[in-house]
Design a protein around this ligand. Sequence first.
Ligand SMILES: [Zn+2]
Ligand SMILES: [Zn+2]
Length: 285
Amino acid sequence: MYDIRDIRILILVDNQTVGGLEVEHGFAAWIETPDLRILFDTGQSDIVARNADRLHCDLGKADVCVLSHGHYDHTGGLPAVLNLNPRLQLYAHPDCLLERYSIHEGAGPKPVSMPAAARAALEHLPENQINWVLGWERIGPGLFLTGPIPREHPLEDTGGPFFLDREGTQKDWIRDDLALCIQTNKGLIVVTGCCHSGVINTLAFATRKSDEMPIVDTLLGGLHLKSADAARMQATIADLRARSIRQIVACHCTGIDAASQLREALGPAVTTGRSGLTYPSIPGT
Ligand SMILES: [Zn+2]
Ligand SMILES: [Zn+2]
């Protein structure tokens, strides 16, 4: 278990920035523990490499790259990352390679799969650098990936009209969606990409699997609540409140309205993540 002061998370790519960095609809975070350097997601383009450079973060030193799921806005930067670091270990669920679409009413199917260049880069990696995550998995000391998260809460869904075919007949449950958990002396740090499994489901699974550590200190990442209805928002707020999470950093796809509802209900524990910000910030340190 780590002292929380020894963990550092730097947001490299987000829909918003503190300034001086490029923005895009996407997410990538740099995570350092005393044992491992992890790139969690890659954004949708090579912005990840340029932002990292500006933040003096050397992607060439990453030991591990985790893909939270296969959507383009989390995987498109993979070729740029592998260019800088051809030897890193990649962790993802195999469904990240599925062809998939987002189909909004009145609009045509929008492809949201992993871009072709990223898929090619992944498929060219030597087998011993690809780690398919099929379930809860330890990837280093005090460091775990959830693997597929059980969808138990009746009000939570994937957060969008996601399908596996252009015609919209096969629902995409985004089974590849996973979160990263770091065990610290203050509780878990849970990092999400889009949280398509739902916030309540994700935290329930993460804490159940870390049964000696039921406390969540920090929740950081995209929470994908922009299409959540009032009942789901209420349930999410009630769950987060009951967990007394010290720090909730709503990033990327959380939705501006949803983030302000969380802030209104839960107070200053909730902040908006932006590229260039570092976490977890501990009061008094
Ligand atoms: Zn997504
Ligand atoms: Zn996303």
